[in-house]
Write a protein that binds this ligand. Structure first.
Ligand code: ATP
Ligand code: MG
Length: 558
């Protein structure tokens, strides 16, 4: 089993130190951060890290954190994504209050700033097509070539740019570029594109625009408009920083946010790129963005993970600047330790085998009080019904028990949790010689499961009364991929899909679960933590998802 402590170093967060220093030195009097998703997919566990960092720092230093949509690409953005992102941030337990923003609300200002650059001879309209622009760009080892359109007059640039805005030209025919340095060793400074023509309506601002700013032209300036003090992003944006600073230096922006980068979260046994997650959805490999096997926050929520466990995980892994991989078992361990505290216990049988207690009166049933939590009497008790026929877990019986097997075996005694001690006396088989049911006798004096004479009973198994059982579907999940890094390249990540990542079982649950509310997460004793599937479960037919097993089954499987 992977212990959390062994797997990760003590959590640290270098950003806290930076902010502390900035507040102490008087550079800033308060902290303003933001979480800036592009609404082109659902959020995943990697985003949770960013959300916890940004909202967490604002909380810890008494500042505020904005939720801002960096919505510059209407071709890929949808209202559905905007809604799901808001829902996921709230679910994680963070509140942006009145500070919900859209980069697209600044489109007019960004346009004016583009005009400002043109007026100052720092931007020009480009007629080369995308392929030519790429060819002129050069490589990491060779400088680029200046475009023949780079020397256009300010007047011509202003005229063309306003006509681009007016929708006079088809998509892809022209772009606006910054005039910086075609031989800069930093590729993002080689006259980056600022605006492109796109006759596509926008999910937030409708069909007002025929040109859209590039992400890089919007992101930093929007931070400045919102007066973000610490613009926190992942390391891949480090090389864009000189460009963001060039914009801040060359435009009359109202503030000068400083960018800090941290290492993104990489988690084993999953993929996190939105493109790939979208592909899994589109190809029907998963049932949707919220499939309980998905690393999306919608999937994790539906699976039954608690927001508290996800926050604890993000706290635990800390914030650093070197790329690293986190084993998914650490996330699972956070879920376990949260649920171990809070989940009421119940009994359920996933692979039912019938047991008849032959000396128990037919038609009789008894009620036992069972503790809802072994260490927390304050969580109360519930009634479990007992009767002559019960279900036990098929794997709790062994006809020829290996050494050390103390569950049900022919001739031996075993304790039925919360009920009685029974002894297996006979095996009943069908015409194909498969085991159909087991006959037992019970010790009427062992009510509650203790032998009156103090004789030792080594094994205890769970059970469900057949007459009272609630039929339900239980879904067991395994990892979506077979290998720690399905993304390692060379081979399509889909080759590593685990064909057995979900299994649906017709299960028998104790009767008290008929009243289970949709939010409650249970420990089904000896089987793991479970909760109802918020989409598919109904009063008519309950469907439970296994959130996580009781122990890390994978480390032993390997
Ligand atoms: P894509 O999958 O297309 O690369 P993205 O994950 O970068 O998209 P954004 O919407 O741009 O999606 O992400 C919003 C914020 O979340 C960004 O600040 C980004 O740095 C951060 N983020 C994204 N992925 C991770 C991750 N794995 N770990 C930590 N932060 C992340
Ligand atoms: Mg991104």
């Amino acid at each position: 089993m992977t212990t959390i402590e062994a797997a990760v170093p003590a959590a640290n967060n270098f950003l806290k130190n930076i902010i502390e220093d900035d507040l102490k030195s008087g550079k800033h009097s308060g902290v303003v951060t933001r979480f800036p998703p592009e609404p082109n997919g659902y959020l995943h566990i990697g985003h949770a890290k960013s959300i916890c960092i940004n909202f967490g720092l604002a909380r810890d230093f008494g500042g505020r954190c904005h939720l801002r949509f960096d919505d510059t690409n209407p071709a890929k953005e949808e209202l559905e994504y905007i809604d799901s992102i808001k829902e996921s941030v709230s679910w994680l337990g963070f509140d942006w209050g009145e500070h919900l923003y859209y980069a697209s609300d600044n489109f007019e200002q960004l346009y004016q700033w583009a005009v400002f650059l043109i007026q100052h001879g720092k931007a020009y309209v480009e007629d080369l097509n995308a392929e030519q622009i790429r060819a002129y760009r050069g490589t990491l080892t060779e400088p680029g070539t200046e475009s023949p359109y780079r020397t256009r007059s300010v007047e011509e640039n202003l005229d063309l740019f306003s006509r681009m805005r007016a929708g006079e030209f088809p998509d892809g025919t022209r772009v606006l570029r910054a005039k910086i340095d075609m031989s800069s060793p930093n590729m993002s400074l080689r006259d980056p594109v600022l605006y492109r023509i796109l006759h596509t309506p926008h999910p937030h601002v409708g069909d007002a625009w025929k040109i859209y700013p590039m992400y890089d032209f919007a992101h930093g300036q929007t931070d400045a408009i919102e007066k973000i003090t610490h613009s926190i992003c992942t390391l891949e944006f480090e090389s864009h920083k000189p460009l963001y600073e060039w914009f801040l230096d060359n435009l009359p922006v109202p503030a000068r946010p400083r960018q800090y980068e941290f290492a993104r979260l990489n988690l084993t046994f999953t993929v996190m790129s939105k493109r790939k997650l979208q592909e899994l959805v589109q190809l029907g490999i998963v049932s949707g963005w919220d499939d309980p096997r998905m690393p999306t926050l919608a999937g994790i929520k539906r699976r039954g993970y608690t927001p508290g466990a996800v926050r604890a995980f993000c706290e635990l892994i800390g914030v650093g600047r070197s790329d690293s991989w986190i084993d998914v078992s650490i996330l699972e361990e956070c879920v376990r330790s949260d649920l171990n505290e809070s989940a009421p216990r119940a009994m359920a049988v996933l692979h039912p085998l019938k047991v008849v207690i032959v000396n128990y009166p037919e038609g009789l049933s008894e009620d036992f009080e069972a503790a809802n939590h072994p260490q927390k009497p304050e969580m109360g008790t519930r009634t479990v019904h007992f009767s002559r026929e019960i279900w036990i877990e098929a794997e709790d019986f062994e006809e020829m028990p290996p050494k050390g097997f103390f569950r049900m075996t022919p001739g031996a005694e075993v304790r039925l949790r919360n009920a009685y001690i029974v002894r297996c006396t006979e095996l009943v088989r069908d015409e194909n010689n498969t085991l159909k049911e087991i006959h037992c006798t019970y010790d009427p004096d062992s009510r509650g499961g203790t032998a009156p004479d103090g004789r030792k009973i080594k094994g205890t198994i769970h059970w469900v009364s057949a007459a009272h059982a609630l039929d339900a579907e239980v879904r067991l999940f395994d990892r979506l991929f077979n290998v720690p890094n399905p993304d390692k390249g060379g081979i399509d990540y889909k080759e590593y899909l685990n064909p057995l990542s979900v299994e649906a079982l017709p299960a028998k649950l104790e009767a008290s679960l008929v009243d289970a509310d949709i939010e409650t997460r249970y420990q089904f004793e000896r089987l793991g933590y479970f909760c109802q599937d918020t989409k598919d479960s109904s009063p008519h037919k309950k469907v439970f998802n296994r959130i996580v097993t009781l122990r890390d089954a994978w480390s032993t499987k390997k």
